[in-house]
Design a protein around this ligand. Sequence first.
Ligand code: 5GP
Length: 187
Amino acid sequence: MSKLIIFSAPSGSGKSTIVNYLLQQNLNMHFSISATCRPPRGSEQHGVEYFFLSAEEFRQRIAAGDFLEYEEVYPGRFYGTLKEQVERQLNEGQNVVFDIDVVGGCRIKEYYGDRALSLFIQPPSVDELRRRLVARGTDTPEMIEGRIAKAEYELSFAPRFDKIIVNDNLECAQREALQAIKDFLSR
Ligand code: 5GP
């Protein structure tokens, strides 16, 4: 039976690198396709990167209870996971992968229970996270402090996940995540 694998982490934890590595391991893992009311960027296509809904359509689908979870990520910009889409991907035999915030990750885990594995990718420490964000060079000092405050909040969710993977060494973290997923998929 196809399953769900949820990844959540504070930003700067190296989650995307780990998730992209795992997607290349022939485990039939495919990203869940979310819905959003932001307009498409560049070559993005409806039904590929996202389902692009109008704000009105998005509101109607919230009211109809169509979302497993949704969030206003930026003011007026909603993003969410459609139950129907997850079911469609599962029915097609895909193992569905979520790269999602801690709250959304916990919701999906609650809904799917043992059919889902929730992994929390944890940076080694807040100081190390700060060093990585500085080294990345994409944020102003104020933005970095904002991200750190958010990370501290997000870190408080770690115990709710099935497994915490501390990313102090990328190769070790990748190996550990791969093993956990192989064990889970073979159960
Ligand atoms: P972007 O507009 O750059 O594609 O995504 C912006 C943000 O929306 C990212 O932080 C991403 O994690 C978040 N996001 C994308 N899809 C979903 C979703 O289905 N649920 C939630 N809660 N957040 C999402």
